[in-house]
Design a protein around this ligand. Structure first.
Ligand code: G3I
Length: 418
C-alpha cells in the first residue's frame, strides 16, 4: 500500500496504523466492525480480512441469531449458526453485537401466524429471550433487543407483536433481556432513524416508552443503509445521534452501515461521492462522544445483501468483490486517522479507483476539494433515497416520489412517501 507523505507522517505516530479498528480505537471509539454470515466463512480470502483484528474489532452475525434460526418451532432452540460466528469472534478477541431478538422479519410462522392472547405472546417473547440471551450470556457486548418496530411513515409497524400487545411488547422484550444478561448493553435498532423526521421522532418515543415502563435501554442502533449521494448532512446526522443521548440512552452506534449505488456500474465520480458519504457518516460518529462505533453490513461487495434485495443495485461496501479497498475505505481510514492523531485533515482530493493501489491521502482541510456528484445513482431526491430502502426489501414503485403519495411495496413492508 502506498501513502501520501502527510499520511505517512500521521501513521508513523506510535500506535497508529491504517487499519480501521485500530484507528477507530485511537480516535476514542470502542470499535470499527463488520457483519458476517456463516456461508462466507469458508472463503479463505474473506476470512483473512474478517480475522484481522486491527481492521475489525467487532462482529455482528448477519442472520444466525434471528428467531427463524434460533427457535424455528416452539420450544426447540438451535444456536449452531450463531455459535459459529460468536466463537470465531471470541477466538479473535472481537466484540460481538448480538442481533436480533424481536423482529417482525425472519420470524417463524408459528409465531407470526398464531392467534395469541396477550399473556400467551408475552410468555412466548419472554421464553425466547430468556433462552437465547441466556445461551449467549457474557458473550454479547450488546443485543439488538427490538428491531425495526417503526414503519417508514413513522407509525408503529404492523406485526404480530404490535397487533397483540401494542407497544407493550417493546418493554416486555427489554425487561426479559435485562434479566437474562444484566451485563449486555440493550439496544433499539432501526433504519431511517439516522436523520430528522417522523421516524426519528418515533424512535425517541420508543426510548421513552421503555424508560417509562421501568426497563433498561442502553443504546439506539442506527442501521444506516444509505444511498450514494443521498446521505443527510453531517450536522443532521450529528444532531440526531445527540438527540438519542439527550433522551437518556448512554450510547449510540451505526450498526449496519452501507451506502449503495442505485444503479451500476459505479462511475469514478460516483466512487468519489461514496467516499465523501462514508466520510460524512464517520465524522458524525466522531463528533458525538457517545457514538461508540461503526459496523458495516459486511465489508465486501461480494457478500452484500443488497443485490438480491434490490436487483441492479449495490457496490455499497468498503471492499470491492475482489477484496480490493475502495475509495470509501481510504476516506474512512483518513477521517479516523485524522481523529486518532489530532491532525486537522480531510479526506483525499484524489482517491484511486478499485483494483489499483490506493493512496491514503491525508491532506490539510484548506486543500480539500468537493467531490463531483455521483453520476451513477438514480436517486434524484433524498426523500426517494430514504424510503427506497424499503425495510430492506425490494421497491417496485417509481424511482421518484411525489410528496404525500402512497407507495406500495412487494412484501410485508409498506410505506408512504415522506
Ligand atoms: O435460510 C434460507 C435458506 O434455507 C435458503 O436456502 C436460502 C435461499 O435463498 O435463503 C435463506 O434465507 C436467506 C437468509 O438471509 C439467510 O441467509 C433469505 O433468503 C434472505 O432474504 C436473508 O436475507 C437477510 C435479510 O436480513 C433478511 O431480511 C440478509 O442476509 C441480512 O443481511 C439482512 O439483514 C438485515 C438486518 O438483519 C436488519 N436490518 C436490515 C438488514 C438488511 O436487510
Amino acid at each position: 500500500m502506498r501513502f501520501s507523505a502527510a499520511a505517512a507522517a500521521v501513521l508513523a505516530i506510535p500506535g497508529v496504523s491504517a487499519n480501521l479498528h485500530q484507528l477507530a480505537v485511537g480516535a476514542g471509539k470502542k470499535f470499527f466492525g463488520s457483519a458476517t454470515d456463516n456461508g462466507e466463512l469458508s472463503d479463505a480470502a474473506y476470512l483473512a480480512i474478517l480475522n484481522d483484528t486491527k481492521e475489525f474489532g467487532q462482529i455482528t452475525p448477519g442472520n444466525g441469531q434471528k428467531w427463524q434460526f434460533t427457535e424455528p418451532s416452539q420450544g426447540s432452540f438451535s444456536y449452531t449458526a450463531g455459535d459459529q460466528i460468536v466463537n470465531l469472534a471470541k477466538a479473535n478477541g472481537q466484540l460481538v453485537r448480538c442481533h436480533t431478538l424481536v423482529w417482525h422479519s425472519q420470524l417463524p410462522s408459528w409465531v407470526s401466524s398464531g392467534s395469541w392472547t396477550k399473556d400467551q405472546l408475552t410468555s412466548i417473547i419472554q421464553t425466547h429471550i430468556a433462552n437465547e440471551v441466556g445461551h449467549y450470556k457474557g458473550q454479547c457486548y450488546s443485543w439488538d433487543v427490538v428491531n425495526e418496530a417503526i414503519d417508514d411513515s413513522g407509525v408503529y409497524r404492523t406485526s404480530v407483536f404490535y397487533n397483540v400487545l401494542g407497544t407493550d411488547f417493546i418493554p416486555i422484550a427489554f425487561k426479559a433481556a435485562a434479566a437474562a444478561d444484566p451485563a449486555a448493553k440493550l439496544y433499539y435498532n432501526d433504519y431511517n432513524i439516522e436523520y430528522s423526521g417522523a421516524k426519528h421522532t418515533r424512535a425517541l418515543e420508543v426510548v421513552d416508552i421503555v424508560q417509562k415502563a421501568g426497563a433498561r435501554i442502553d443504546g439506539v442502533g442506527l442501521q444506516a443503509h444509505f444511498i450514494v449521494g443521498s446521505v443527510a448532512s453531517q450536522s443532521d446526522l450529528t444532531n440526531v445521534l445527540q438527540s438519542y443521548i439527550d433522551a437518556g440512552v448512554s450510547e449510540v452506534s451505526y450498526t449496519e452501515l452501507d451506502i449503495r449505488f442505485s444503479s451500476l456500474p459505479a462511475s469514478a465520480s460516483g466512487l468519489q461521492q461514496q467516499a465523501t458519504d462514508y466520510s460524512t457518516v464517520t465524522k458524525a460518529c466522531l463528533a458525538v462522544a457517545e457514538c461508540i462505533g461503526i459496523t458495516i453490513w459486511d465489508f465486501t461487495d461480494k457478500y452484500s445483501w443488497i443485490p438480491s434485495t434490490f436487483p441492479g443495485q449495490g457496490a455499497a461496501l468498503l471492499y470491492d468483490e475482489n477484496f480490493s479497498k475502495k475509495p470509501a475505505w481510504t476516506a474512512v481510514s483518513s477521517v479516523l486517522a485524522a481523529a486518532a492523531t489530532g491532525v486537522a485533515t480531510a479526506t483525499a482530493t484524489t482517491i484511486a479507483t478499485p483494483s489499483t493501489t490506493l493512496a491514503t491521502s491525508v491532506v490539510p482541510t484548506s486543500t480539500k476539494t468537493t467531490a463531483a456528484p455521483a453520476t451513477s445513482t438514480t436517486a434524484s431526491s433524498s426523500a426517494a433515497a430514504r424510503w427506497a430502502q424499503c425495510g430492506g426489501k425490494g421497491w417496485t414503485g417509481p424511482t421518484t416520489c411525489v410528496s404525500g403519495s402512497t407507495c406500495t411495496y412487494q412484501n410485508d413492508y409498506y410505506s408512504q412517501c415522506l
